[in-house]
Ligand binder design. Structure first.
Ligand code: GCB
Length: 613
């Protein structure tokens, strides 16, 4: 009697052998993902839509019962066949679907509070072309993610708010293909951000996924900007991945009749410098964008960008050489009306439309890099942007591995967004504890940001200390910043709204200052007296008393009260009022404007707060 056939047995041996290789650390690591500037301008095959999904809290799709990485994990996307000697305990084709792009939390009630791994699978057909490289472009995946194409690992990534690209040229084949992703939004003590935040830990493939095709040698990154100083000189660099020696790069801005050939330097960057005439500078009043064309051998890319300068002079912020006051508001990437992560042009236009209705020329995009659609909308709509990395509260600042993670996210943020005229400030951190390890950590990040992009200003939102009714800004981190950001909650977490009337400020840095947060909570539609907490009247009262105090700060150059719209946060459980929403929004998540919205609008429109530009 035949007890078992040889074929399945040899399969089991191979599986055991591979598991042993992996356990011994011999298995090949997938290459790291790369940064591509202007990825949304590349010809692409969208992989958005419905993906098969499996919720896997114990991560048993990747790890065996003794917690070794499996060689026959769910990334193989197997289907049970009659006669198999072992059971296949998953099947993506019959599993429930999750929509991409979207967080999983707001798609399925049972996943609202879920933190852990979820698997995604999608089939696609493809015809590989000669001399073409194919990248899997992921708009963002929160927080850690792993990707396989046709069963082979193509990359893994850490960081939930930046885009990245995995080379899949060697894995795609003619005809039917499949991609499997595992995304895990577990919070980690050594993560960036870390365990504690005040926003929802939305998990999943929450921004678009696509395949982008480029020639073998292609433009992976570029930086095109207006140089500071007199005259109009557009300068920058283009990097060509896989460039051959003698390669040439051409830069053209047709409307300006500007064209130049960039010259390669020793690092393989092609530098250029074009003097232009009659340049219309980008500004909030006139957000003029120009078509830009870059050509390198077989490759070319078209982008739409604006040209402006941003700098400081003493305690002033100068946009295009002229002093400006930043009338702003802070914004989370929470989708209006439906909640969940904001990720569409419509979300961006609604949020920035509200900011403009308030009279803003500026938004603080808190507390992590927002979607490309938000930045494109800010460019188009003329809204200046503070872009922030997720160094939030108390990271493990003395852990060198955490610094590497923060640096990687900063590189991705700047690498992908550096050509948006709207962005004027790179923010390094929010409300971090004042100690030496923290200061060294963030100074290192600030140095890196300046080296990557010397054209913008560096800031951070600092905590402030108080002596009696004097607020003191003396955090050592201020030295590393061009513009000081400070958060304060007079009338909400401390004292009373009226206390602002008798508060004075001592600022130990002769630099421009932005009050990057103030505010208080109100439930839309709840009314009462000026001193009844959670009412619209209370919130409006905080705003009214802030303005006088803010006007007494001579170096105040901007403000971004907290926050444009109510957003989900698990720290906010007060039933009937918060219901897991931070209620400091000027607008509810369903679009109801609270009284404080109109108080701020009036002050911005009549320019009664902030120094006139
Ligand atoms: C802060 C944080 C912000 C919070 C806010 C609040 O200082 O920077 O992320 O959401 O306070 O509502 O407490």
């Amino acid at each position: 009697m035949k007890l078992f056939s040889l074929r399945p047995l040899s399969r089991i041996f191979i599986a055991l052998f591979c598991t042993a290789l992996l356990a011994a650390g011999i298995a090949e690591a997938a290459p790291a993902p790369i940064v591509i500037t202007g990825a949304d301008r590349r010809p692409a095959i969208s992989l958005d839509g419905e993906w098969g999904s499996i919720v896997d809290p114990y991560f048993s799709g990747l790890f065996s019962f003794h917690h070794q990485e499996k060689s026959n994990g769910w990334f193989l996307n197997q289907k049970a066949k009659p006669g198999d000697p072992f059971p296949t305990e998953y099947d993506f084709s019959t599993a429930p679907k999750l929509r991409v792009p979207s967080d999983w939390n707001t798609q399925r009630e049972s996943l609202l509070f879920y933190e852990g791994p979820v698997w995604y699978e999608r089939d696609f057909t493809y015809q590989p072309k000669q001399h073409t490289r194919i990248f899997l472009h992921i708009g963002a995946a929160n927080y850690r993610s792993w990707f396989w194409v046709n069963g082979q690992k193509v990359c893994e990534h850490e960081g939930g708010y930046t885009s990245f690209n995995c080379d899949v040229t060697a894995q795609v084949r003619s005809g039917s293909n499949f991609v499997v992703a595992a995304v895990d939004n577990t919070r980690h003590e050594d993560g960036v951000p870390t365990l504690e935040t005040d926003w929802w830990n939305y998990g999943g493939l929450h921004r678009s996924v696509s395949l982008i095709e480029v020639p073998e040698a292609f433009i992976d990154q570029y930086d095109v900007h207006l140089s500071r100083g007199a005259g109009s000189v557009i300068e920058g660099w283009v990097h060509v991945e896989g460039a051959q020696s003698g390669a040439k790069v051409e830069v053209e801005i047709p409307e300006l009749k500007a064209k130049a050939t960039a010259e390669a330097d020793k690092t393989g960057h092609f530098l250029f410098h074009i003097k232009v005439e009659d340049l219309e500078r980008w500004s909030p009043e006139s957000p003029k964008l120009y078509k830009l064309i870059l050509r390198a051998g077989e490759d070319s890319i078209e982008d739409t960008i604006g040209f402006r300068t941003i700098e400081t002079r003493g305690t002033q912020i100068l946009l295009n050489g002229k002093p400006i006051f930043l009338r702003g508001v802070s914004v989370h990437a929470e989708a209006p009306y439906r909640t969940g992560r904001a990720n569409t042009d419509k979300d961006a236009e609604t949020l920035l439309g509200w900011a403009k209705e308030l009279g803003c020329n500026f938004v603080r995009l808190a507390h992590y890099p927002h979607d490309e659609s938000m930045l494109r909308a800010a460019d188009r709509m003329g809204v200046l942007v503070w872009s922030e990395n997720p160094v939030y509260w108390a990271l493990q600042f003395d852990n060198p591995k955490v610094l590497v993670k923060a640096e990687q996210q900063l590189d991705e943020e700047i690498g992908t967004s550096r050509n948006h005229a709207a962005i004027i400030l790179w923010s390094m951190a929010n409300e971090t504890p004042s100690n030496e390890a923290r200061t060294n950590f963030i100074e290192t990040l600030a140095g890196r940001a300046r080296a990557l992009d010397p054209t913008r200003l560096i800031t951070a939102a600092l905590l402030v200390r108080a002596e009696g009714h004097t607020k003191i800004v003396d955090d050592a981190l201020g030295k590393a910043l061009d513009v000081i950001g400070v958060n304060e909650y007079i009338g909400w977490y401390e004292q009373h709204p009226e206390s602002a009337d008798i508060t004075e400020w001592r600022i130990d840095y002769q630099k421009p200052l932005i009050v990057s947060e103030f505010g208080g909570g109100a439930k839309a539609g709840l009314h009462g007296g000026d001193n009844d907490r959670w009412t619209e009247e209370y919130q409006a009262n905080i705003y009214r008393h802030q303005f006088g105090m803010l006007n007494r700060i001579p170096q105040l150059r901007g403000m971004s009260p907290w926050v444009l719209m109510d957003f989900r946060s698990p720290n906010r459980p007060l039933a009937g009022i918060q219901d897991e929403f931070n209620r400091k929004g000027l607008i509810s998540e369903q679009g109801q404007k609270k009284q404080a919205f109109f108080v701020l609008q009036k002050a911005y429109k009549e320019k009664t707060v902030g120094r006139p530009e």
